[in-house]
Design a protein around this ligand. Structure first.
Ligand code: LMR
Length: 394
């Protein structure tokens, strides 16, 4: 049986982790995988998470199963965080999943179950695992224009023109904030235009929100998801707690299905629980419990928000420093987009050759499409990166 396996395509993000680790050079810079790092290059456990963990260790008296859709208290807390009061709670079904990726996978499975002919429209580019999972599930997808290679902003006209092809029942996958891999985002006026188009065509939005709090702030980053959820009859939202709670390895995420008609909620909730049962049975609880504890305790929540804001402002500062340094070295404003982008990533917009040169000649690792993890920088490495970018001829 095993001889039937074929070599699989290499994951462009995860393969960098290994290559970086094996590079013996001092001073190498890792701008690859989307994991937050502080100025010392560390990914610490957030203070509030650590405090919740201590409490949990003292209080938890059983490791028995919780529920197929996870603890309803986790769903309530996450619905509050992502959707606020924008949608009536009674019309939202939700299930905990193993990380944001688990939520995406469950969402695609749910779509397939509901409508085997649905096509999924994905931004070009998008997080490579979106299309990888769609391929794996044998689902049809269509790319819509998103990134303007010239301005490094959103090609909004192109995007809207391509989305005109959606049909009722198709899914439009949108990044709720902090677009991965580009860092280029829609403004709220543009989101409204997308919502109008979805309502005209009957296509269903699916929002992937994995970086809430890393862009313009916790509330600001949720504004698009709230606008969409409150304006369309049905939508799916896949949210991750990996980044904003820094609990990557705990695999904590949630899938929400919002329907206009509250009477649909019961069936949606059953379907989410059923899909969990088929794929992994009970979702992991530890990370979800920590998140619930942090969000429902005023003191822990305030401390978490404060630390998250430090993280966000730190990344913004690095963006501005990098854009400023490149302006000085190039004598032009053509790198100004780096300060405009939001979230953990920016797409530099260079050729794969230049990305390769940055790696081989300067020990700087970024994804082949020139996506940089801004959190991989610090005040000392920004000038080194800026000089290398100019050196390789960007
Ligand atoms: C990324 O985009 O780097 C992260 O979401 C990590 C991953 O799993 O790819």
């Amino acid at each position: 049986m095993f001889e039937n396996f074929k070599p699989l395509p290499v994951d462009s993000i995860l393969s960098l982790v290994k290559a970086f680790r094996e590079d013996p050079r001092d001073g190498k810079i890792d701008l690859g995988v989307g994991v937050y790092k502080n100025a010392d290059g560390l990914t610490p456990v957030m203070r509030a998470v650590k405090a919740a963990e201590k409490k949990l260790w003292e209080q938890e008296d059983s490791k028995s199963y919780v529920a197929l859709a996870g603890d309803p208290a986790f769903s309530d807390a996450m619905i509050g965080l992502v959707l606020g009061e924008s949608v009536a709670r009674g019309s939202i079904a939700a299930a905990a999943t193993p990380g944001g990726t688990g939520a995406i996978r469950q969402a695609f499975e749910l779509v397939k179950l509901a409508n085997a002919n649905a096509r999924v429209f994905v931004s070009n580019p998008t997080w490579p695992n979106h299309t990888s999972i769609l391929d794996y599930l044998g689902m049809e997808y269509v790319a819509y224009r998103y990134f303007d290679a010239e301005t490094r902003g959103v090609d909004f006209d192109g995007m809207m023109a391509d989305l005109k092809d959606v049909k009722a029942g198709d899914i439009v996958l949108l990044h709720g904030c902090c677009h991965n891999p580009t860092g280029a985002n829609l403004n709220l006026t543009q989101w409204q235009a997308v919502v109008d188009l979805l309502n005209e065509t009957g296509a269903i939005p699916m929002i992937d929100i994995a970086y809430q709090g890393f862009g313009d702030g916790l509330e600001e980053d949720a504004a698009a998801a709230r606008l969409v959820a409150s304006s369309v009859p049905e939508c799916l939202i896949a949210a991750s707690c990996s980044k904003n709670f820094g609990i990557y390895r705990e695999r904590t995420g949630i899938l929400m299905a919002v329907s206009a008609d509250a009477s649909q909620q019961v069936l949606n909730q059953q379907t989410l629980a059923f899909l969990n049962r088929q794929n992994f049975s009970f979702p992991p609880d530890h990370g979800a419990r920590l998140v619930t504890m942090v969000l429902s305790d005023a003191e822990l929540c305030a401390d978490w928000k404060a630390e998250l804001e430090e993280v966000r402002l730190g990344m913004l500062g690095l963006r501005e420093q990098l854009a400023g340094e490149l302006q000085r070295l190039s004598g032009s404003d053509r790198f100004g987009f780096l300060a405009q982008h939001r979230g953990m990533f920016s797409r530099l917009g260079t050729t794969p050759d230049m990305v390769e040169k940055l790696k081989t000649e300067h020990g700087i690792y970024m994804v082949g499409d020139s996506r940089m993890n801004i959190a991989g920088l610090n005040a000392q490495s920004v000038p080194i990166l800026a000089k290398a970018i100019i050196d390789v001829g960007v």
